[in-house]
Design a protein around this ligand. Structure first.
Ligand SMILES: C[S@@+](CC[C@H](N)C(=O)[O-])C[C@H]1O[C@@H](n2cnc3c(N)ncnc32)[C@H](O)[C@@H]1O
Length: 413
């Protein structure tokens, strides 16, 4: 068994790996390697800690533990019982396991599926502890003490390479904690942040209107970026209020942090820094009032957006309006009109025509009323982009959950 060359792994939605790599480099990672659905990186431990607390784009951050090669499922169990689990957790700890297949462009004859592989790993851990301690640890799905990820890729000497990692996060990083109220098909928080970066939105030079804001994800992420507020700002506030209740972060229990005094100092410093920058950010956003705004035609969507803005403490700085997006005007400043129209996944008879009308209407409206500004559509309905009727300046492919989506950018002249 050998130690993995890369120390950490940041998982993310497919399509934004390069942006994540750039973010990690900015946080101090010395080497990054992009793989599908994430970025492997090297950096000192504080870089990983910063990634957990400051990355807007990653889904989770993992620390590499071990790597071993296997021929098949049975081997997976045997090799896994060889891992020194006692160095990684205690029998009293609850644990969670996830096994995923990484970049495997071949048939997986020797593995039935990832759930079954996961069961094998669980059996290996339980049998290991039964053998050493006479009892087995318990599995906990929601808030375990320790959480592991096993990623199975193509091997070198044997067909499969298993990489075992600690999950440093409890809640996924996209779960910032502000989204209490959801609408149908919301965009993930980190995907919304990534889209704003993909289209090169710069809050200093361009205002932002989300014409179909739904639960408000784009405007909240935009405000956090504009105010320099860390995505973990709510988690930090909760932690400082009740340090025992550290559900969002599993790393606080790991020897990785508890036995490293230098890293503990960095953690405390980050807590202070994030608290301070949140205060400053809210103040800055107060002076930017009107420059980031949301709109929706549905009262239900607006109610959820209002609730989420309040939870994020941004209800005083972001304005919401209720009208048809096809009647909105740009701000006096240069404006980016962003929107995530309905995809129409389950279209009833006649609804496709309505959807076409909506997408075409947006294109027509921008052509006539947004000259000199920019627009961007994020959608999972690829055929609808064709009816917008405007030439795209750029298109990006990315995934929102399992749905392959496009971001289409339009420069309007
Ligand atoms: C896919 S959802 C947007 C989800 C949002 N991005 C989020 O993260 O919550 C589409 C939204 O478009 C709104 N909508 C549909 N037609 C509209 C129109 N003509 N004008 C404004 N909003 C509209 C719907 O009410 C819905 O809230």
């Amino acid at each position: 068994m050998k130690k993995y060359r890369f120390e950490y792994f940041a998982s993310c939605s497919s399509g934004i790996e390069e942006l994540v790599a750039k973010e990690l480099t900015d946080l101090g990672a010395t080497t990054t390697v992009v793989v599908r659905g994430g970025v492997q990186f090297i950096g000192d431990h504080s870089v990983a800690l910063k990634a957990v607390m400051l990355s807007r784009l990653s889904s989770r951050i993992f620390k590499f533990l071990h790597q071993f090669e296997v021929n098949n499922e049975k081997d997976y169990y045997l090799e896994a019982t060889d891992v020194k689990w006692k160095a990684l957790m205690d029998v009293k700890h609850t644990f969670r396991l996830t096994t995923i297949f990484g970049d495997l462009p071949f048939e997986r004859e020797e593995f039935r599926n990832s759930q079954f592989a996961n069961l094998k790993l669980k059996d290996a851990i339980c049998d290991y502890f039964r053998h050493h301690d006479g009892e087995r640890p318990s599995v906990e799905k929601d808030y375990p003490d320790v959480s592991f990820l096993a990623r199975i890729d193509r091997g070198n000497e044997k067909p499969y390479m298993v990489t075992l990692m600690y999950d440093l996060c409890g809640d996924a990083l996209n779960q910032r904690g502000y989204r209490m109220a959801k609408v149908e098909a919301p965009v993930k928080e980190n995907v919304a942040a990534a889209i704003l970066k993909l289209v090169n939105w710069n809050p200093e030079t361009e205002d932002l209107i989300d014409g179909m804001c739904g639960s408000g994800t784009f405007v909240i992420e935009a405000a956090l970026m504009a105010g320099g507020i860390a995505p973990s700002f709510l988690k930090v506030a909760w932690y400082l209020k009740d340090p025992q209740n550290n559900k969002p972060w599993t790393f606080v229990n790991y020897p990785w942090l508890t036995q490293d005094d230098e890293l503990k100092k960095v953690f405390n410093h980050l807590l202070e820094e994030i608290t301070e920058s949140t205060k400053n950010g809210i103040q800055k956003l107060g002076s930017m009032k009107g420059r980031i705004s949301g709109n929706d035609i549905s009262e239900m969507s607006l109610t959820s957006a209002r609730e989420n803005l309040k939870k994020a403490g941004l209800d005083q700085v972001i304005e919401l309006t209720k009208t048809d997006a096809r009647t909105l005007n740009p701000n006096p400043n240069k404006t980016l009109f962003i929107c995530n129209p309905p995809y129409g996944e389950r279209l009833q008879h006649g609804e496709e025509e309505k959807l076409k009308e909506l997408y075409k209407g947006l294109g027509d409206h921008w052509k006539h009323h947004f000259k000199g500004h920019r627009a961007a559509i994020f959608t999972g309905n690829l055929s609808m982009l064709k009816v917008v009727g405007l030439k795209t300046t750029k298109k990006h492919i990315l995934f929102n959950g399992d749905i392959e989506c496009r971001v289409a950018e339009y420069g309007l002249y």
